[in-house]
Design a protein around this ligand. Structure first.
Ligand code: FMN
Length: 122
């Protein structure tokens, strides 16, 4: 699918944006990984704020994380399906471990951070 002449809006969950009252044709959702899964706050938010749509909404999801193991998006996929959104692709980014929450991962090197910022922007 090639999208042309589209506009993109960026909103955060913290701003209490409610997508239910908004028209859109495509959705991208991103969140951090906590304890091996997408953070519960994000799943709760989507459960309560996504409206079931009349037509299928292709959806992309990404997860930032400290480690390298792939994140399990299956719970999110089921949640989205109930709302007539289809998870068409997902990506796990070993993004940042700047607070050294898990010492076994080590601090993220400046080179990797630079590369990750580029990937997220493009
Ligand atoms: C409580 C907590 C649990 C976390 N659990 C994981 C985990 O299980 N696996 C992992 O790779 N990263 C884990 N992380 C690291 C976060 O995913 C990482 O800090 C986050 O993606 C960075 O994005 P942020 O700056 O938006 O928080 C955890 C972080 C916190 C604070």
């Amino acid at each position: 699918m090639i999208l042309r002449d589209y506009s993109v809006e960026v909103h955060s969950m913290e701003e209490k944006f409610n997508p239910a009252s908004y028209p859109y044709d495509f959705l991208i959702v991103g969140f951090p990984k906590y304890y091996e899964y997408p953070v519960l706050y994000a799943l709760d938010y989507l459960e309560h704020n996504l409206k079931k749509r009349g037509h299928v909404i292709p959806t992309l999801a990404y997860c930032t994380q400290a480690g390298h193991s792939l994140t399990d998006f299956s719970g999110l996929e089921r949640l989205l399906r109930k709302k007539n959104h289809r998870l068409i692709t997902s990506k796990s980014f070993p993004y940042a471990n700047n607070l050294l929450i898990f010492s076994m991962f080590g601090l993220t090197t400046p080179e990797v951070l630079k590369e990750n910022k580029w990937i997220l922007k493009s």
